[in-house]
Write a protein that binds this ligand. Structure first.
Ligand SMILES: Cc1cc2nc3c(=O)[nH]c(=O)nc-3n(C[C@H](O)[C@H](O)[C@H](O)COP(=O)(O)O)c2cc1C
Length: 161
């Protein structure tokens, strides 16, 4: 039987364990929402740049593609329900009590790290938009991380936890 190359690629990348983040951005009316994202990568230290990739078919494409500033919250081991919630368009609205402000940007309370970013560049690549952000400010906390591996959530403790 012939192996579907797209399926094989999905399986290969599913073997690459990642952390889990929620990217937060406001629409043109100022309403904030969040999207579960595991494509986050660090790009540069000087200046501090990171990237994530936004799927072109997302129902929330416009606000995330067009945002000048946006937040990233790296989820801790207790963040699975949060990750599941922000992966669904119907439940992606950000409630004010679950958000806090960092450099004028809304991020989720809690989490292992919060980063406020300003869009530095965008590049269309296949069916995703690569969004590169300049890091404006960060907050970091100790704790175990939420992980994503082969379509499943897990957790990992750091050496100091
Ligand atoms: C663990 C995990 C990681 C994800 N990473 C990304 C990502 O990097 N980029 C992206 O566009 N969508 C990612 N998604 C999907 C989005 O969270 C969301 O489900 C998708 O944009 C569909 O949203 P929509 O209902 O607004 O169309 C991820 C989902 C999960 C569960």
């Amino acid at each position: 039987m012939e192996i579907d190359p797209e399926q094989q690629y999905r399986r290969a990348m599913g073997a690459f364990t990642t952390g889990v983040t929620v990217v937060t951005a406001a629409d043109a009316k100022g309403a904030w929402s969040g999207m579960t994202v595991n494509s986050l990568a660090s790009v540069s230290l000087a200046p501090r740049l990171l990237l994530w990739c936004l799927g072109s078919r997302s129902a929330r494409y416009a606000p995330f593609a067009e945002a000048d500033v946006w937040g990233v919250t790296v989820l801790g081991a207790d963040g699975e329900a949060t990750a599941r919630r922000f992966a669904r368009a119907a439940t992606q609205d950000l409630r004010s009590e679950e958000a806090e402000t960092l450099a004028g940007v809304k991020v989720l309370r809690g989490g292992l790290a919060q980063l406020a970013c300003r869009t530095h560049d965008r590049k269309q690549a296949g069916d995703h938009l690569i969004i590169i952000g300049e890091v404006l400010d960060v907050r970091v906390r100790d704790g175990a991380a939420l992980t994503f591996f082969r379509s499943g959530y897990g957790e990992i403790a750091g050496p100091a936890d």
